[in-house]
Write a protein that binds this ligand. Structure first.
Ligand code: ATP
Ligand code: MG
Length: 467
């Protein structure tokens, strides 16, 4: 920008300079030619003695100096009567006497060394030097040049005008350059500030602080970037919190059976005379706690492998009806012990292409819950129907039901409705979470309908993926 401004300013000063000088040159030439025509006649007719006052009078009118030079360049007459007899080797004189031009014009710096060129417009004005213009006109007789009329006048006023124009241009240039720099700096700050904030936030996040958010402002691209960053950091914060919660819940769940086992073992160690029956009871309890630890650990491992996406479906073709019948047979002794009725209503074999082991776990967990949370003498109904391309499997009971506010959470890890009561029944709160994950892995869905005191119904819909 600086370069283009400089070029424009230079050519503008040049143009103004040319205009001023051309105008002046035209005026000077016309006047000089007029005087030359007038004196030429007197000079050739032998009345040279009348010329001095004429030159003085015209010189005065023209605000300058008129000189008459002979064919050798020697001054014959000078309106200032100072240079008579001296030879003037000015380019404007030489061009007429040696090169045959009829007129010439030039501007000179008297204390300087040469003629005006366009470069002079760029030179700073020197108030100590004097600028003059020379206008020469050939004096001819019968087409032969016998002398030169030279008119010289000061051109200070024009040089000063040019110089002030030059200073103004330099000032404007500096102002424009400063303004451009300020604007450029402002825009670069506006553009880079959000990016710098974002970089700092990413660095903070890299140090493990997921609570960081950036303000959403700036251009549309920067806004989108900031929004995406905020969504990402929210997700990471959620994941971080749930991971911490998971670890702390898991440790807590693992500590409970360990603590029970420690008390029982200390009882056996510090009471060596304990009777055999009580000792067997303690050992049986320890054994039960080990089983519980085992089941918690395998549930945790299942969830961890679902999370890390390491778990894959091992699909085979099998009958879901068969899986339900087998699971019911396995749980029948529990139902009998609790005097509960476990009834199956199956009206389709539901041959499906899915992961048999995982769906067995889904059936087992849901039926086990129904048996576990339903009071003695209650009844559990398991239904399997085919609905279009889906197998619909429901487990209903007439147990205590699940309060509305808990229904949204029962698929969360470690969530138990009645903490104390389900701990007694041995629950960790992982069963439904595993069921949920496995149903999702199969592309199915699970829902619960329940009313407090009236029982619960869990419904699983699974795509059959067969034929
Ligand atoms: N059929 C049901 N009737 C009433 N409450 C239920 C029923 N099924 C589940 N719940 C409630 O939902 C909670 C979560 O169930 P989930 O199976 O995930 O855990 P759990 O049975 O407590 O432990 P786990 O299955 O891991 O041994 C249970 O603690 C219980 O309070
Ligand atoms: Mg359970």
């Amino acid at each position: 920008m600086g370069v283009s401004y400089f070029a424009v300013a230079t050519s503008l000063i040049g143009l103004v300079g040319d205009y001023l000088f051309d105008d002046r040159m035209l005026k000077d030439r016309t006047a000089t030619d007029k005087v030359a025509a007038e004196i030429s006649h007197l000079y050739t007719s032998g009345q040279a003695d009348k010329l001095q006052p004429i030159l003085e009078s015209h010189g005065g009118d023209m605000n300058g100096r008129l000189m008459l030079l002979d064919e050798t360049g020697k001054v014959q007459l000078d309106s200032f009567s100072q240079l008579n007899g001296s030879r003037l080797e000015l380019p404007e004189v030489i061009s007429i006497l040696s090169m045959g031009k009829t007129a010439d014009y030039g501007v000179h710096e008297l204390t300087g060394d040469g003629q005006r060129t366009w470069l002079d417009y760029l030179k700073p004005y020197n108030p100590n030097s004097e600028w003059v213009s020379y206008c020469s006109s050939a004096l001819t007789k019968n087409g032969v040049i016998y002398g030169v009329l030279l008119y010289s006048a000061p051109v200070e006023d024009m040089m000063q005008r040019l110089s002030s124009l030059q200073s103004r241009m330099i000032l404007y240039f500096l102002l424009a350059a400063v303004a451009a720099m300020v604007i450029a700096l402002f825009f670069s700050r506006v553009l880079t500030k959000p990016l710098a904030t974002l970089t700092r936030s990413i660095q903070r996040m890299g140090r493990g602080d997921f609570s960081v958010r950036v303000p959403v402002k700036g251009s549309s691209e920067i806004r989108r970037l900031s929004e995406t960053f905020n969504t990402m950091s929210e997700k990471l914060e959620m994941l971080d919190t749930s991971r911490n919660q998971f670890v702390s819940n898991a440790s807590h769940e693992l500590k409970t059976p360990l603590a029970t086992m420690k008390i029982l073992l200390e009882g056996i160690i510090y009471q060596p005379e304990m009777d055999a029956e009580l000792r067997t009871e303690f050992l049986t309890d320890i054994n039960r706690e080990i089983d519980r630890l085992n089941s918690i650990i395998s549930d945790l491992l299942t969830l961890v492998s679902v999370d890390s996406k390491a778990m894959r479906l091992k699909r085979t073709t099998f009958s879901l009806a068969q899986v339900i019948t087998d699971t019911a047979r396995l749980l029948q002794p529990v139902a009998e012990r609790n005097h509960q009725e476990l009834k199956l209503v199956i009206n389709d074999k539901c041959e499906m292409y899915a992961d048999c082991a995982k769906l067995t776990q889904v059936c087992y967990n849901l039926m086990e819950n129904a048996l576990k949370y339903t009071q003695e003498g209650g009844s559990i109904r398991v239904r399997l129907i085919r609905s279009g391309r889906d197998a619909v499997f429901t487990v209903s009971d007439n147990g205590p039901g699940i309060p509305k506010e808990d229904q949204a959470h029962i698929f969360d890890r470690f969530y138990r409705v009645d903490k104390a009561r389900s701990r007694d029944t041995g629950g960790t709160g992982l069963g439904l979470s595993i069921v949920h994950q496995m149903v999702l892995m199969h592309g199915g869905s699970i829902s619960v309908e329940s009313e407090e005191g009236a029982g619960s119904t869990f419904t699983v819909e699974l795509p059959i993926h067969q034929g």
